[in-house]
Design a protein around this ligand. Structure first.
Ligand code: AMP
Ligand code: MG
Length: 344
């Protein structure tokens, strides 16, 4: 997840960029990225109320789920490190429980218990680190300690961990889950046609009037879009990549996505895009498939239940399943080499 929620209103773009009268768009800066909220066919005043409500929700999530700014999650991490049990605030319980399922389905490649490793690499910071890789022995010690989501149990809201090296960091999942909650909030307020788009990761519901919503897939090099696709009904499109956050030291880029089996940043994959029926699982799956890489993405996608996935490797080769191929339209002038997999 791109970081985090210094929640500030940037602008209110009411029909400013588009001649379409029924489109309401507003931007918030949250999760260290711009979140665009688009609503179709709504009254301005109701739309403003909805966006203010989402703004307040995001501020609370920022505080409650942050992995290193002091708050409820860092308090839980401190209790785990001391070998003590901890009371879990209600908003974190479904995050932990869903993450346990995704951890198992991904064979541990999505592992939000590796906060210590992320911290060791300097990725628990809003600054981009520029430092040499950590000492090999320090990495190996944390890999041997093998913190995982199966080490924790929650009973009646109280969490205990059998492994004191578990430190939660939901950076790969929380943006998707937050976007799901924003969509839930919009639906509860009566909005059926909307997109909540956090820096290119989005969930769309309904349509844009007579037409389906059309969205971009982020380019692996981080600029512009690689492809476009139409979203149908209620779908989430999430992309994970190594261009977003990384440690650059002496000309070598170390991406912020770590392989929990080795403790080292993933190599070879520049981005993974998935389409799925909810943002939280799409977010976790995109990260897991970056770790899985060319040789294992198909199996892991099947285990998680992903029906559309696309990987781009460092050479620009695109790997995807046939159903995904039928949906993506590459930008004109872009004709990557495509390797088609079996169906998912
Ligand atoms: P995303 O942009 O959704 O792929 O999330 C990347 C973020 O997830 C990183 O900045 C880390 O905070 C965290 N992360 C890195 N590697 C993993 C992993 N293997 N499993 C779970 N979270 C990870
Ligand atoms: Mg993710």
């Amino acid at each position: 997840m791109s970081r985090y929620f210094a929640l500030v209103f940037v602008s209110l773009l009411l029909n400013a960029c588009t001649p379409e009268p029924a489109l309401y768009q507003q931007q918030l800066v949250v999760f260290g990225t711009i979140v665009d909220i688009s609503l179709w066919g709504v009254e301005q005043q109701k739309a403003e109320q909805a966006v203010s409500a989402i703004d307040r929700d995001f501020q609370r999530m920022h505080y409650e789920w942050h992995a290193w700014e002091p708050g409820p999650l860092t308090a839980i991490n401190e209790s785990i490190a001391r070998g003590e049990s901890a009371t879990v605030i209600p908003s974190l319980i479904p995050i932990i429980k869903r993450s346990q399922v995704l951890y198992r389905q991904s064979d541990g490649l999505f592992n939000p218990a590796i906060g210590r490793l992320l911290n060791l690499w300097g990725f628990q910071s809003s600054e981009r680190p520029h430092r040499p890789p950590p000492a090999k022995a320090a990495i190996a010690a944390l890999v041997d300690a093998a913190p995982g989501m199966d080490d924790v149990t929650i009973n009646n809201g109280v969490l205990s961990s059998s492994n004191t090296d578990v430190q939660f960091d939901f950076g790969a999942f929380a943006k998707g889950y937050a976007i799901d909650l924003a969509i839930e909030r919009l639906r509860a307020m009566g909005f059926g046609n909307a997109i909540v788009n956090g820096g290119g990761d989005l969930r769309a519901i309904g349509s844009k009037g007579e037409r389906p919503w059309r969205v971009g897939v982020r380019h692996p090099q981080g600029e512009g879009i690689l492809a476009a696709l139409e979203v149908q009904g209620d779908e989430s499109v999430f992309t994970s990549g190594n261009y977003e956050r990384f440690n650059e030291y002496e000309g070598v880029r170390y991406t912020h996505i770590l392989d929990p089996r080795t403790g080292w940043p993933v190599k070879g994959i520049t981005s993974v895009t998935v389409i799925h029926d909810n943002g939280a699982d799409a977010d976790a799956a995109a990260t897991a498939l970056v770790v899985a890489g060319v040789s294992q993405w198909h199996r892991i996608a099947r285990q998680i239940g992903i029906k559309y996935a696309m990987l781009v490797d460092e050479a620009g080769t695109v790997y995807m399943n046939p159903a995904m191929k039928r949906r993506v339209e590459f930008q004109s002038g872009v004709q990557p080499k495509v390797v088609l997999s079996d169906s998912l």
